[in-house]
Design a binder for this molecule. Structure first.
Ligand code: HEC
Ligand code: HEC
Length: 215
């Protein structure tokens, strides 16, 4: 009897051991947290090797600009005139005017753009939607600008809509309209990366001193 219970106990001990070994293996995927790239956008971890704060910050901004200058963002951030469409950023069809940012009286953006993307019934594609669908003021336009110009504009109190670099962390990382760029609806290429990575890049840029690229 005593022997038998000893064997049983050993078996239990051994299986517990192998179970905990399994548990350790399962923890491995946590390493992917420090992934260097998400959907074609580098994460802050990819810049850790740049020791100089100013250089690392500027490089982080260039990565943020890959998203901000992407047509999904830039189509809604024209420097003048109305919104543009598509990856080639052609003028909005049907023609619309900016008005107060909401379009013309009686032909507001929300006449056609709803709270969500709506697929066309008769052909491929969709009308994009998110709320509040409208244009930012012209001074917040950046379509066609360089990364350095965009950075200077975002840091200039006269052209940044009262947002400090710190405020951009929340806007880029959490704003609902900004999020649309990764869920742009049938027929549109999403912006690179995801919103979480853009937020993390913005936070790392600020932490390193919010320096701008030279060109
Ligand atoms: C008369 C209807 C109508 C009005 C009004 C309208 N839009 Fe559109 N808009 C569309 C349609 C339809 C599309 C999709 C075109 C396509 O993809 O073929 C579109 C696409 C867009 C896109 C393209 C997104 C992308 O990245 O390709 C943007 C940006 C946009 N509209 C902004 C606006 C803004 C801002 C306003 C108001 C100033 C506005 N639209 C008013 C019908 C309208
Ligand atoms: C449907 C149109 C639309 C799209 C698409 C859009 N934005 Fe905007 N954006 C706006 C509007 C409107 C404002 C101004 C509202 C405000 O200040 O809160 C704005 C303001 C901003 C600002 C603040 C600028 C400043 O100087 O304070 C940032 C940053 C920004 N957007 C980033 C983005 C990014 C990044 C994307 C794409 C991932 C994007 N936006 C896509 C409409 C859009």
């Amino acid at each position: 009897m005593r022997r038998l219970s000893f064997v049983t106990a050993s078996v239990i001990a051994i299986s517990a051991l192998s179970l905990s070994a399994c548990g350790n293996k399962d923890e491995k995927p946590a390493a992917t947290k420090s992934a260097l790239e998400v959907n074609g956008l580098k994460t802050p971890a990819a810049f850790e090797s740049i020791a100089d704060n100013e250089q690392r910050s500027a490089a982080l901004f260039n990565e943020m600009a890959k998203v901000m200058l992407h047509p999904r963002c830039a189509n809604c951030h024209p420097v003048s005139g109305g919104p543009t469409q598509g990856d080639d950023m052609h003028p909005h069809n049907p023609p619309v005017i900016r008005g107060s940012g909401m379009g013309a009286p009686g032909m507001e953006c929300t006449t056609c753009h709803g709270q969500e993307n709506v697929e066309f019934a008769s052909m491929e594609g969709s009308i994009p939607g998110a709320s509040p669908w409208m244009l930012p003021p012209e001074f917040m336009g950046w379509a066609g600008k360089s990364s350095a110009e965009l950075c200077a504009q975002l840091k200039n109190p006269a052209t940044n809509g009262g947002r400090s670099p710190e405020d951009l962390i929340e806007h880029n990382g959490g704003d609902h309209l900004v999020n649309w760029a990764w869920n742009p609806g049938e027929g549109r290429t999403p912006a690179p990366g995801d919103q979480e990575t853009l937020g993390a890049l913005t936070a790392a840029w600020v932490e390193a001193g919010a320096h701008c690229p030279k060109s």
